[in-house]
Design a protein. Structure first.
Lengths: 241, 241
DNA sequence: CAGCCAATGATGAAATTGTAACAGAATTTT
DNA sequence: AAAATTCTGTTACAATTTCATCATTGGCTG
């Protein structure tokens, strides 16, 4: 009986893995038990499931709990990041190929891209790619390689070589630290080669970040401010050259 | 006026970007309007928001709406696929590097991998990668390139070149068609180069699929049955050489 | 400024959801 | 095999959500 129960719980987890959200009634049908039993199963496994007004979802998708280690950073300054992206969006034109950097800033830009914008997006991060995958009207090119949970991004030579085959019009880079004299830095060294190569190849580069990054310096340096056309923050755009 | 409204909608989207889910009441407080107005805003933007029993969440995380076109296929034969994966799992040993093919079959295997299994997983599909990203104990290598929504996978030369840098012990391939005389086929031609190169490089290859695929033939041929150590289905493993 | 219109708020009835209590099944223990 | 225990389904009722309706507000136009 503990068998039956755990089997049901597993089946429910499976179903949720595919549907993301399930109404209690529907779950009861699928599992061929009463609604009440489903409710009890859910209540007994708060670690796995979560109730939300008649619907069941996986607990993991709860507030802030992204599968990445980015979780914490993601929520901070989110509206500032969004605002910065809104400003950055002006630089994207029809037909462009753009590079979106890893981090939690530029994911917001994906949702702002107008429908049928006819843009190709190059990225190297799972969180960005996940959003892009929801947009069949956008062509996505992913730079693969070894996965780094800390940034939800990939690194490696073949990914860098992919860039040789691309013509990037606009590169939108993010940074964890921006110092006007020293330049742009990030937290992890594996990000550096991709950023630098993109900077070298793209027609125009912009640094996109919320203002909390200004004055900060992180361990991995990747570009002087002169590498960028502008710095774009929630307050708008400013020349840096 | 329409200004006020769209501003509210944007603010709501922002708030949801941070919280993922918001109770109507809480949203009403945040936006400083009545609950009813929030409800109306949500109802007027079904493309952006979704109601879930008193809670608001961003659309796109909606039921059944996987971001991939795989949606339909995903549910069919799901338990057969899971069973097949359970059998396939026996071939994975500590320290192995394994290749997981694209499709809806082998995603199930990811969750079955024991914790701290010390395995490296090579993949080329978003749906597989998404699950792997939730597993910090697994090393993931992604073959990047151009994204194909039809299979949620990537293709391209640099991805293929990544394979040259890897030593794959076990390759688990899936197929949309299995014909014992003709061999294994899949639905999309862009999958073929990756599959073939993996088959060429891996120490051992197994074909993993539910039995509904047997006797079926799809347009893109990628390997004769002799390429595989065995065929693994929900009924277990069978030699094919 | 009267009048119109859209937007918002308030109210309450209807529908849905959450939960406790009990009774019947299934399973395990004695 | 009987008893005890756990699990499940049913029912009833409380709490909450949903929605239609109408009153009120605020802005705009003539």
């Amino acid at each position: 009986m503990a068998d039956r129960k755990s089997q049901r719980v597993a089946a429910l987890a499976d179903a949720l893995g595919e549907h993301r959200v399930l109404h209690v009634r529907r779950a009861a049908e699928l599992l061929k038990v009463s609604e009440m039993t489903v409710r009890r199963d859910v209540a007994n496994n708060p670690a796995s499931f979560q109730f939300l007004g008649g619907h069941i979802m996986l607990a993991g998708e709860r507030e802030g709990e992204a599968p990445y280690e980015l979780g914490l950073a993601a929520n901070q300054h989110a509206s500032a990041k969004r605002a910065a992206c809104r400003h950055a969006l002006k630089h994207v034109a029809r037909g462009d190929t753009i590079y979106l950097d890893c981090g939690t800033t530029l994911v917001h830009l994906v949702e702002m891209l107008p429908e049928n914008a006819d843009v190709s997006v190059v990225c190297c991060a799972m969180n960005v790619a996940e959003r892009l995958a929801r947009r069949p009207d956008i062509r996505m090119i992913m730079l693969g390689g070894l996965y780094h949970p800390s940034t939800a991004s990939f690194s490696g030579n073949p990914g860098l070589e992919t860039l040789d085959q691309l013509g990037i019009n606009i590169a939108l880079l993010s940074a964890a630290g921006i110092d006007f004299t020293r330049g742009a830095t990030c937290a992890h060294f594996h990000e550096v080669p991709v950023k630098q190569k993109v900077i070298g190849l793209a027609q125009r580069c912009h640094l996109v970040a919320d203002r909390s990054k200004i004055g900060v310096q992180k361990p991995a340096f990747f570009a002087p401010m002169s590498a960028f056309q502008s710095l774009i923050t929630e307050e708008g755009e400013q020349r840096v050259k």
